[in-house]
Write a protein that binds this ligand. Structure first.
Ligand code: PMP
Length: 362
């Protein structure tokens, strides 16, 4: 087989090699059906067993919280930005948003269009390079929910702990750090994530929600955009992205094999520690972007002395098989996305390459 790249893409992103190989082995003839899982009815027993298995496995990895349902949806996290205010904000209410960066801002703007939005706290004064102090986060009195972005993919910041929203449901966009660490699902009313970073390929969006929140939606909303449609039909109201869901199930099996969330978290902390230590120990040749207390263990953002040097670095890295190190176009700089499936060896290779590059500049 050809050599695998050192893949630091921000999403779609690296998938575990073991999962790709398993999928390859089952690709043409799934469970002796004489066809690929892509070719079979989503109403048939074989597909439905995979669909249900993926839901059960996800809840089991999260400690089987009581009263929660997993939905498989389409339209990415971006569709959730719109669905959340449409489904949850009643007349006279707003959604309260913690403004931590680019993705929180996109979610906030959709709420402004579809109900009403309030800023519960912001780190704009810190150029979004830190998560606001939890004690400064205050939901509006008429808030239907408090919304957080657990990991800002572009800025490279992440909540170490989540705010206590009291009796107001806490909603989290976990697109770029879902299943990367242990956390208590019971704190949340609803969690959502596009699959294409930590859960599988693009095409499916995972929602984990308290059943009481999604069992009845306002009847004025179009059918497909109502949570209750997907809840009542076990995410089979219309044709689901069946292949993506199959892949999510395989990635979930792989996470179990890594020791579940505790096992994967230890590995992720090792990878992030290695990279941040390298950056901090480079005598200023590389500089971390996010404030240390808010650093993400998924998206490591860093800079060099000049944009020109950053360009040279990316180019030299590409020649050595490192992919995806350019920062997001809106902020520039450099970013290594080290999601669950990025092996420690890739991060070690990157750290060695950074060392080598620095020496050649001497
Ligand atoms: N939220 C976060 C934190 C993200 O990183 C992304 C994608 N990079 C999105 C939302 C948007 O997701 P999608 O492309 O699935 O709509």
């Amino acid at each position: 087989m050809s050599k695998r790249a050192y893949n630091f893409n921000a999403g779609p992103a690296a998938l575990p090699l073991a999962v790709l190989e398993r999928a390859q082995a089952e690709f043409v003839d799934f469970r002796d059906s004489g066809m690929s899982i892509m070719e079979m009815s989503h109403r048939g027993a074989i597909y439905e067993s995979v669909h249900n298995e993926a839901q059960e496995r996800l809840l089991s990895l999260l400690g089987n919280p009581k009263g929660y349902k997993v939905l498989f949806m389409q339209g990415g996290a971006s569709t959730q930005f719109a669905m959340i205010p449409m489904n949850f904000i009643s007349a006279g209410q707003v959604g309260s948003y913690v403004m931590t960066g680019s993705w929180a801002d996109k979610a906030f703007k959709e709420a402004k269009l579809a109900g009403g939005a309030h800023v519960a706290a912001t780190s704009a004064d810190k150029k979004f390079l830190a998560i606001p102090e939890l004690s400064t986060i205050t939901a509006a009195d008429n808030a239907a929910y408090l919304h957080v972005t657990s990991n800002e993919t572009i800025e490279g910041t992440q909540y170490a702990e989540f705010p206590d929203s009291g009796s107001i449901p806490l909603i989290a966009d976990m697109s770029s750090d879902i299943l990367s660490r242990s956390f208590d699902v019971n704190q949340f009313g609803l969690i959502y994530a596009g699959a294409q970073k930590n859960l599988g390929p693009s095409g499916v969006t995972v929602v984990i929600a308290k059943e009481e929140l999604i069992a009845e939606s306002p009847s004025t909303i179009p059918t497909i955009l109502r949570y209750d449609t997907h809840y009542k039909n076990n995410s089979l109201y219309n044709t689901p992205p069946s292949y993506s869901i199959y892949m999510v199930n395989e990635v979930l099996k792989w996470i179990e094999e890594q020791g579940g969330l505790a096992g994967i978290e230890a590995k992720n902390r090792d990878k992030a520690g290695l990279l941040y230590n390298h950056i901090d120990g480079s005598d200023g040749f590389f500089r971390g972007v996010a404030e240390p207390s808010s650093r993400s263990i998924m998206n490591v953002t860093f800079r060099m002395q000049s944009e020109d040097l950053e360009k040279q670095f990316v180019k030299a890295a590409e020649l050595e098989g490192f992919v995806g190190l350019k920062g997001h176009r809106s902020v520039g700089g450099l970013r290594a996305s080290i999601y669950n499936a990025v092996p420690y060896e890739s991060v070690k290779a990157l750290s060695d390459f950074m060392n080598h590059f620095q020496k050649t500049q001497g």
